[in-house]
Design a protein around this ligand. Structure first.
Ligand SMILES: Cc1cc2nc3c(=O)[nH]c(=O)nc-3n(C[C@H](O)[C@H](O)[C@H](O)COP(=O)(O)OP(=O)(O)OC[C@H]3O[C@@H](n4cnc5c(N)ncnc54)[C@H](O)[C@@H]3O)c2cc1C
Length: 311
C-alpha cells in the first residue's frame, strides 16, 4: 500500500467536494479528492439543472465535469476509489484509506452526500428522471400544468406538495397512514389548498409506461385492495418525499449526528473532531441543492486553511 501526504484530503467529488478543492487550491493547500464514482456526485445523474445561479441551463454531467476541471486547474489531485476508513493519528493528522492506497493529511473534508430514501414501488428505479423525482425544487417546473402524485405524509412531503401547486394543475398526496405526520399548521394548509387532494391509507405499489409513465397502481393499506389508473403518457409525475439518508457511516464516530441523521457542524463546517470538516448534503441542513453544497465546500476549505495556519 502506497501512502502520500497532503494538507487536506477531500472525500467525495460532488459539488461540495470539488468546490472545496477549488478553494483549497486557491489557498495553496495541497489537496487530494477521492471519489468512488463519477465527478459531480448526484448531479451527474440528472439531465438538466436550471437553478444554479448564472447558468440558466446545463446538464448535470457537464456541470460535474466543469467542476472537476476547475478543481484540477487549481492543482487538486483526483483519485478514484472508495474510501473505507478515516483514522485520526496520535499527532492529530488523519490517514484516509481507499482501494489499496492511503493518504495522510492534517485535515479531512468529508462530503459523502445524502441519498433520497426510496418509496419502494415497482418501476421506481426504471422511471427515475422519466416521471419519478425526488426533488421538487429541481424538477417541479417540468410538471407545469400536469398532475403530480406526492408520496409521503411528513413535513417535507407537505411542504413540497404546496410548492408543487405553483406548477402542477393538480397535486394528489398519497399517504400510507390515516393522517399526516406534519405539524398541524402545514397539514391544514395542505387540506385547505384547492389544487391538493389527499388519499390516506394508500400507497403506490407500481408505476409503468413506455418512454414516460402512463399507469399507476395503488394499494389500500387497510384492505390491501389494489387498482390501476391509466393516464396519457407523460401527463403526470410521481414525487417521492420519504426523507434523505445522509451517508455518515465513515465519520459516525468522529462527529455528532442530528435528529435527521445528518452531520452537525458549526457555520464554519467544523465538526467535534479538530481538523475534520463536513460539507454539503451530508450535513444536517434545510436545503440540499448544488448552490448550498458548493457554498459549504468553499467555507470548509477556508476553515481548513485557517486550522492549518493556527497549528
Ligand atoms: C435526481 C436529482 C436531481 C437533482 N437536481 C438538482 C437541481 O436541478 N439543482 C440543484 O441545485 N440540485 C439538484 N439536486 C441536488 C444536488 O444534486 C445535491 O444537493 C448535490 O449534489 C449535493 O452535493 P454534495 O457534494 O454534498 O453530495 P453528492 O452530490 O451526493 O456527492 C457526494 C459524492 O461523494 C462520493 N462518496 C460518498 N462516499 C464515498 C466514499 N466512501 N469514498 C469516495 N467517494 C464517496 C459519492 O460517490 C458522490 O460523488 C438533485 C439531486 C438528485 C438526486
Amino acid at each position: 500500500m502506497s501512502s502520500t501526504r497532503f494538507d487536506t484530503v477531500i472525500i467525495g467529488g460532488g459539488p461540495a467536494g470539488l468546490s472545496a478543492a477549488i478553494y483549497a487550491g486557491r489557498a495553496s493547500l495541497s489537496a487530494l479528492v477521492v471519489e468512488q464514482g463519477m465527478p459531480g456526485g448526484q448531479i451527474a445523474t440528472t439531465d438538466e439543472i436550471e437553478n444554479y445561479p448564472g447558468i440558466p441551463s446545463i446538464s448535470g454531467a457537464e456541470l460535474g465535469l466543469k467542476l472537476q476541471e476547475h478543481a484540477e486547474k487549481f492543482g487538486a489531485s483526483i483519485a478514484y476509489g472508495s474510501v473505507e476508513r478515516i483514522e485520526r493519528n496520535e499527532d492529530g493528522t488523519f490517514t484516509v484509506s481507499y482501494s489499496s492506497e492511503s493518504a495522510t493529511a492534517s485535515t479531512v473534508i468529508y462530503t459523502g452526500g445524502a441519498i433520497p430514501r426510496l418509496a419502494g414501488f415497482k418501476g421506481e428505479d426504471a422511471f427515475r428522471g422519466r416521471g419519478v423525482s425526488y426533488c421538487a425544487t429541481c424538477d417541479g417546473m417540468f410538471y407545469r400544468n400536469k398532475h403530480v402524485f406526492v408520496i409521503g405524509g411528513g413535513n417535507s412531503a407537505c411542504e413540497e406538495a404546496l410548492f408543487l401547486t405553483k406548477f402542477a394543475s393538480q397535486v394528489t398526496m398519497v399517504v400510507r397512514r390515516d393522517k399526516f405526520r406534519a405539524p398541524k399548521g402545514v397539514s391544514d394548509r395542505v387540506m385547505a389548498h384547492e389544487k391538493i387532494d389527499v388519499r390516506f391509507n394508500t400507497k403506490i405499489v407500481a408505476a409503468d409506461g413506455d418512454a414516460l409513465l402512463n399507469t399507476v397502481t395503488f394499494e389500500d393499506t387497510v384492505t390491501s385492495e389494489q387498482h390501476t389508473e391509466t393516464y396519457e403518457e407523460g401527463s403526470f409525475g410521481i414525487f417521492v418525499f420519504a426523507g434523505y439518508m445522509p451517508q455518515t457511516d465513515l465519520v459516525a464516530e468522529l462527529v455528532d449526528l442530528g435528529p435527521a441523521g445528518g452531520v452537525v457542524t458549526d457555520e464554519r463546517m467544523r465538526t467535534k473532531t479538530p481538523g475534520l470538516f463536513c460539507a454539503g448534503d451530508v450535513r444536517e441542513k434545510p436545503l440540499r441543492q448544488v448552490v448550498t453544497a458548493v457554498s459549504d465546500g468553499a467555507v470548509a476549505a477556508v476553515s481548513a486553511y485557517d486550522y492549518l495556519d493556527n497549528l
